[in-house]
Design a protein around this ligand. Structure first.
Ligand SMILES: Nc1nc2c(c(=O)[nH]1)N[C@H]1C(S)=C(S)[C@@H](COP(=O)(O)O)O[C@H]1N2
Ligand SMILES: [Mo]
Length: 322
């Protein structure tokens, strides 16, 4: 008889404790730092050390994991998810994590405006106090064909929409990233249409999967992953998942997003994941998991069709998958 030994990541989700493992590793690092061994220990240790800067929201985490959102792949290690990033404000390569440490994330205010009952500005820590924080393990699929699986902390976008109190005529929600040439070299060196803009329909924004991310692996979100507030729409390609948000507006007109402005024949508004619709320059049939380096078949809506396919029924005239 074959006895199947479960791998760590196959344990029931409630018992998986990557957070505890991560905490252990950090105390080891603190020990190393105290002993003066950290110097020259390499970039990964440097990333962990930078994350030691006190963050006023640190005490809020870890938060309870919502077990409704299942996953069947190993979690991507924190070290990988926080050192392999896309954040063009800091450069066009994957290793921007160190440069991103320059981004000041306190004080941090988010403007809520456009078609709302009353425009307002809210400080991130005041927002965090009002929102129902939870953890969700989501898959993340970049249009470039890499993917990962990580535990995000945050709150449903629907809760923020409720707080914003949009007028009934609002059709879209539009997000905007910070602009600060002094800390973001990409905003100085590239001609790109800053600030980074993204948008969703109101139906997408209030779908249960749309999630505002404020933490990763039971800690405040690292700057390189979009601190202090970024979007997760796991059924869409990663470029929709805008980082370091400073403004949220409600409009009647569909926004033209950052990548759509740059390369409108390759990146559109909907950007839903579909293995059968190739990018103009490559196939989307498979993806590479950056944690395991495995090649995997891509899934329609990144595997979240049961939650979101209904949003797009009867929309045949639209380019839903780019
Ligand atoms: N402001 C901003 N948000 C952004 C990007 C960016 O360049 N700037 N890149 C996007 C892309 S292409 C991806 S794949 C994800 C990457 O998120 P991660 O680095 O946390 O994996 O962020 C998205 N959000
Ligand atoms: Mo991406």
């Amino acid at each position: 008889m074959l006895i199947r030994i479960r791998k760590g990541w196959e344990l029931p989700e409630a018992t998986a404790t990557p957070e505890a493992i991560f905490r252990d590793r950090r105390s080891v690092l603190r020990g190393l730092a105290a002993g003066g061994l950290l110097a020259g220990a390499g970039p990964l240790l440097g990333a962990a050390a930078a994350a030691e800067t006190p963050d006023p929201s640190a005490g809020l985490y870890p938060v309870q994991r919502n077990l409704r959102y299942k996953f069947s792949r190993p979690l991507t290690p924190f070290e990988t998810a926080s050192t392999y990033n896309n954040f063009y404000e800091f450069g066009s390569h994957k290793g921007i994590w160190k440069l991103a440490q320059k981004l000041p994330i306190r004080p941090w205010e988010i403007a809520i405006d456009g078609l709302v009952a009353e425009p307002k500005r809210i400080a991130i820590d005041d927002l965090l106090k009002q929102m129902p924080l939870e953890e969700r393990v989501y898959r993340h699929r970049c249009v470039e064909r890499w993917s990962m699986v990580v535990p995000w902390s945050g709150f449903p976008l629907a809760a923020l929409v409720k707080l914003a109190d949009p007028k009934p005529e609002a059709k879209y929600i539009v997000f905007e990233t910070f602009q600060n040439k002094d800390v973001a070299p990409g905003q100085k060196e590239f001609w790109y249409p800053w600030p980074y803009i993204e948008g969703l329909t109101m139906a997408e924004a209030t779908n249960e999967l749309a999630f505002m991310v404020t933490g990763l692996y039971g800690k405040p979100l690292p700057k390189q992953n979009g601190a202090p507030l970024r979007l997760a729409t796991p059924w869409k390609y990663g470029f929709k998942q805008i980082k370091s948000i400073v403004r949220i507006s409600f409009t009647t007109e569909r926004p033209k997003s950052y990548w759509e402005t740059i390369l409108g024949n390759e990146y559109g508004f909907w950007a839903n994941v579909n293995p059968e619709v190739p990018h103009r320059r490559w196939s989307q049939a498979t993806e590479r998991d950056i944690g395991t380096n495995e090649s995997l078949p891509t899934q329609i809506y990144n595997g979240y069709g049961e939650y979101v396919a209904g949003l797009y029924e009867g929309m045949s005239g639209e380019r839903l998958f780019m």
